[in-house]
Structures are given as C-alpha cells and as structure tokens.
Design a protein around this ligand. Structure first.
Ligand code: S3P
Length: 431
C-alpha cells in the first residue's frame, strides 16, 4: 500500500496512542501461566501482539478478545500449557519469538517457533545460548542462531548470566525460564533495559530481587502466579511519532493522553527536551504496575544533540523518528553505540539513512549510529518502509513537516504496532 502524505498546515488535537506493545505481550504471556482469570484492558491490537495471542491459543490457553481491546485470559498455572499441534508463527514479532522461547524451554513438550522473512533473519543465539546453558535442547538454522527454532523443553537449572547486550527480550525470556529452573537465576545487563516483565512478575507474587543496576535474581516460585488484571498504558513508542511531529512543526500542539512513562522507556522525552522541545508531562498516575501521564508537545525550535550510552536502550525504537527531529533541528546530531538498530525489523541504520536522504536529509551512516546535519526543512519525495513499521511511521512524520508531497511505499507495515496510525494522522493534521 502506498500512502501519500501532504504537508500539514497545522497539527492540533488530543489522542490516546494504542496500548503499549511490550506490556501487551507480557500481560498476555504471564497471565497465560497464572492460576485463574485476568482481564486486560487496552490490549494492543497490532499484528505483533495478535501473533502472541495466536501462539498462546495454540498452546491451549483460552483467550477472549472483544472489539474494544479487552482480553479475558484463563490462566491454567505454570504447567497448564499443552503441546501445540502445529508450528507456532510469531510473524514479524521478535518479542513473541524470544520471550516464548524462554517460556517453552520450561515446558515438558516439543515446540517449533517460526516467523516472517524479516524475523527469520534476526539473531536468536542471544536466547538460544543461555537457554542451552539452563539445560534446554534447542536447535535452529545456522547452529541455532536463526529461526525456525525447535525446542524440547523440560527441567532446567538456574544460571548466572551476563547478557552481552542490553535486551529486554532476552532478559524476559530468561526470567520466564527461571520460573522453571532448579535454583536461582541471576541476570546482569550492560545497561538497564525495559523492566516491564520484572514489574509484572512482582505484582503476580514472584520474588524478583535486584534490578536497577544490580543483577536480577529470580527463583522458581513456591506458589502459582496470581492473575494480574490491568489497563495497558498507551505506547510511548507510538506517542513518539506525534511528539516529534509536534516539536518539529512550526504550528503544532498535541496532547497525548494516558502514555506509559516508565523510566526505562522514557528516553525520548529526555532526548527531545535536550534538543529544546517544549514538552510537558502532566497528571502522572499509576496503571497496574506502570507509571502513566499525559504528554503535551508544542512547536519548538530544536537544536542538535548527542544520543549515546545508557540513553540508547531507553529510546532504541524511537531513534528513526528522532532522526527526523534532528533533520529539522539546528546543528549536528550524533547517535552512537546503537549498533542494535541493525538487528531490528530492518537494518534501521541503513534504512533510516537511505530513506531520509530521499527526502533531502544530510545524514551519514556510522557503524553503530548516524550523524545528522540539521537542514531546516525536508522536501517531499518517494520512499519505502522496507516493510518496517517504525520506518513507515517515521517517513509519514517526515512527510507532515516536508515542503512537498511524500509517498511512502509499503505503508501498511504500520499495522504491526499501530493499527490506527493513519486515522490519527488525519485527525491531528489540517491542510
Ligand atoms: C522489546 C525490547 C526491545 C525493543 C522491542 C521490544 C520488548 O528489543 O526494541 O521493540 O518488548 O522486550 P531488544 O530486547 O532486542 O532490545
């Protein structure tokens, strides 16, 4: 699908971004192994989260989803899953594949996980290697480093493991396997990644020690997990598109209601603030075990910045759209220590640089990031998402602030994480 985006004369309005993708996956997976029924409101209906539901249903979990985004999940306990009759298909979703690999490692049955062409090219040794160390028999293409993955689950032992990269998917996979291990599992990360799994496990009655810079320590629980009903906060990674659009557009004010502001995810707010954006975080409150706020962003004159170090895992998914802000800022922006971007749904360093150049950006690739010279304004042009949801929406934001018309090819990729994106774009922009 091709989308044509005309420059917006003005950006105004208030929207609720879709439910957080990371929290939605976890709410479904963890409640599936709790004992009893949970209700999850504002579950994200994008293709990735639906892939998780499909896999859980194939594993015998009863899940009802109504048209309003409310799930009712009947958890059958830690050992309530049953062997799937077929291959489990995670689609485009790295979180589904990696986190379920950890869960299935502890199950006394055989599972095969596959995905689409993008997911089948993404690295899996980061979960396979430590799961093997815990005692799982797990095979995959290229010696276990590429999907499909075939898992013969069973009894596991706890391990002490230092993750080579900050990855919440790997940390979550190993945390779930730890629930089935003999003895304690200790996980250390080079920098803190998103902590939704730890928060949820604690709220479900599992003793999770450490975290926040210290090793995370998890032992198999004595009791079943308590179901956790919650309302999923709005996705800050979805809200980020409108934060950048509003900050970079000369006539804008956008209110984003009910957005998750977990500090392990809120790097985009800090990065935009350091670029001089007018961004207010209001009405902070708590939904379930997560902080939520309303965020108001107004037209700002932006300046370049440096994005590196522990900030990177706090905004990894927002770097493509931050590159648009950097194009429209004054001066130079440098992103480094973000080599993980090359291993996402597309090689996001290469695709972001290549596609923004088509729109007039002055942007250079680095091995682990990019350097962007502010050009004041982008021009319209034809570009492609490369089938990557975040790139489709990044290019749409570029189009809203550009001089001429922008055509985004393969724009339907946005539905992986933000099914209502194009409707929100229409609601917020006047032409
Ligand atoms: C996610 C973790 C991050 C992120 C992805 C979602 C999660 O990936 O980029 O979009 O839900 O745990 P990594 O674990 O590879 O860093």
């Amino acid at each position: 699908m091709r989308k044509t985006i005309s420059p917006a004369r003005r950006l105004r309005g208030s929207i609720e971004p879709p439910g957080d993708k990371s929290i939605s996956h976890r709410a479904a997976i963890l409640n599936a192994i709790a004992q009893g029924e949970a209700t999850v409101e504002n579950f994200q209906g994008g293709a990735d989260c639906l892939a998780t539901l499909r896999c859980l249903r194939a594993l015998g979990v009863n899940i009802d989803r109504d048209g309003e985004g409310t799930l009712r999940i009947e958890g059958g306990g830690r050992f309530g899953l049953r062997e799937s009759a077929d291959v489990l298909n995670a689609g485009n979703s790295g979180t589904t594949m990696r986190v379920l690999a950890g869960l299935l490692a502890g199950q006394p049955f055989f599972s095969v996980l596959t995905g689409d062409a993008s997911l089948r090219s993404r690295p899996m040794e980061r979960v396979v290697e430590p799961l093997r160390a815990m005692g799982t028999r797990i095979q995959g293409r290229a010696g276990g480093s590429r999907p499909p993955l075939a898992i013969e689950g069973g009894s596991l032992k706890g391990i002490r493991y230092r993750l080579p990269v900050a990855s919440a998917q790997v940390k979550s996979a190993l945390s779930l396997a730890a629930l089935y291990g003999k003895g304690e599992t200790v996980l250390e990360e080079p920098a803190p990644s998103r902590d939704h799994t730890e928060r949820m496990l604690r709220a479900m009655g599992v003793e999770v020690l450490g975290g926040e810079g210290e090793g995370l320590r998890i032992s198999p629980p004595q009791r079943e997990l308590t179901p956790l009903s919650l309302r999923v906060p709005g996705d800050i990674s979805a809200a980020a598109f409108w934060m950048v659009a509003a900050a970079a557009h000369p006539d804008a004010e956008i209110r984003l209601a009910g957005v998750g502001v977990n500090p392990s995810r809120s790097g985009i707010i800090d990065a935009l603030a350091s670029m001089g954006a007018s961004i207010a975080v209001e009405a902070e409150r708590v939904w379930g075990c997560e902080p939520v706020a309303d965020i108001v962003v107004r037209s700002s004159s932006l300046r370049g910045t440096v994005i590196e170090g522990p900030l990177i895992p706090r905004l990894i998914d927002e770097i493509p759209v931050l590159a648009v802000a950097a194009c429209l800022a004054q001066g130079e922006t440098v992103v480094r220590e973000a080599g993980e971007l090359r291993l996402k749904e597309s090689d996001r360093i290469r695709t972001t640089v290549r596609e923004l150049r088509r729109l007039g950006a002055r942007i250079q690739e680095l091995a682990d990031g990019m350097v962007i010279q502010g050009v004041g304004s982008l021009k319209g042009g034809e570009c492609s998402s490369h089938g990557d949801h975040r790139l489709a929406m990044t290019l749409a934001v570029a189009g809203l602030t550009a001089q001429g018309e922008t055509i985004v090819r393969a724009a339907e990729a946005s539905s992986v994480s933000y099914p209502g994106f194009w409707q929100h774009l229409e609601e917020l922009s006047s032409r």
